[in-house]
Design a protein around this ligand. Structure first.
Ligand code: UDP
Length: 327
């Protein structure tokens, strides 16, 4: 029998890229998604069940029907700003939803869980690069919900034998190198898609949130990781658990940080379009600089980014914004 994985949130941005890669590796993805932010048209590589992670009995039914070897849990709300304004939504979807999922796992004997965590669990790091041993001190409800679920996984592992890999993503970006799946969020708040929209003339300009940070060019520094590399890490996490590997919480980043101006320069070089910008005040809650120490994922999961140089990121994303990359 081919291995099978339940993918909650598999109609979303990272989930759909992961479902596609799972299928190409001979693992059947069963997508479970309530379609509030996901796209039905992004579910093409296995069965689809429309359902909410808060619905434990529906999850149990699906697990009993498909008997997956693991669950990859993407289904969650993912906007930092919104989490500050509406924490109830975040605690409900991201904590209660995740609890509902692992209780369904416990009741059905499904033991392996791979979880979309975030570098937001670290808050504002005291040193860089960020390694996994640094204090976890999230500064917004979004990051807190991710950390709470990491704690829940560890406690369920100790008490019930659940096995898990928590993947702490840095800045997910880029799109399917085959051009089948794009990057879109509604609303779109992320830097690279917004910069591409501005380059394409679909919005008047990109707002740069602060150019007076204590960084070399004054703009914030982030670690941009291509969604195809993130997808690969999930497959590697599945293999790790399937082989009996230890429970893990690891960073997924490249280990390199780039400023907003670096990103805009690469967009200009790659598409030939200038990104019109307007300088705005800082966005509350933005740490000046975040980049990973990526060594633990390399050592434990053999994780090695292949698509995460800025040029490849821009090259794969640009067509979804009506832009052509230069030859
Ligand atoms: N950013 C910006 N203008 C935008 C969107 C983002 O200047 O329209 C900045 C943001 O303040 C941060 C960086 O770009 O410093 C990355 O932001 P994004 O929202 O993409 O990811 P985050 O790091 O918040 O997860």
């Amino acid at each position: 029998d081919a291995p099978r994985v339940l993918v909650t949130g598999g109609a979303g941005y990272i989930g759909s890229h992961t479902a596609k890669l799972l299928r190409s590796e001979g693992i059947e993805p069963v997508v479970y998604d309530n379609l509030t932010t996901g796209n039905r048209s992004s579910v093409r590589w296995g069965p689809f069940v429309e359902g909410d992670v808060l619905d434990t009995s529906c999850l149990i039914e699906v697990i009993e029907k498909y008997a997956p070897d693991a669950v990859i849990h993407f289904a969650a709300s993912a906007y930092v700003g919104e989490s500050v304004e509406n924490p109830a939504k975040y605690y409900n979807n991201n904590v209660c939803g995740a609890l509902s999922l692992i209780d369904a796992c416990r009741q059905t004997g499904l033991q392996n869980v791979i979880f979309s965590s975030s570098c937001a669990v670290y808050g504002v790091p005291s040193v860089l690069p960020i390694d996994e041993t640094l204090p976890k001190a999230p500064i917004n409800p979004y990051g807190k919900t991710k950390l709470i679920f990491e704690h829940m996984l560890a406690d369920y592992a100790a008490a019930y034998g659940l096995r898990y890999v928590a993947l702490r993503y840095f800045n997910a970006c880029g799109a399917d190198p085959d051009g089948e799946l794009g990057e879109w969020h509604v609303p779109e708040t992320h830097l690279i898609p917004r910069a591409l929209l501005a380059a394409a003339g679909r919005i008047p300009h990109l707002e740069i949130f602060g150019d007076d940070y204590d960084t070399p060019d004054g703009t914030c520094i982030r670690d941009y990781i291509h969604v195809a590399d993130l997808a690969r890490a999930h497959v590697q996490a599945f293999t790790h658990l399937a082989k009996g590997g230890a429970n893990l919480a690891v960073n997924l980043g490249t280990g390199r940080g780039f400023s907003i101006r670096d990103v805009l320069r690469v967009i200009q070089e790659t598409t030939g379009r200038e990104v019109p910008v307007v300088i705005h005040p800082r966005r509350p809650g933005d740490p000046p600089s975040l980049y990973a120490d990526a060594s633990l994922a390399r050592e434990t999961l053999c994780f090695q980014p292949r698509y995460s140089d800025l040029e490849t990121i821009v090259r794969t994303a640009a067509p979804f914004f009506g832009l052509e990359a230069r030859a």
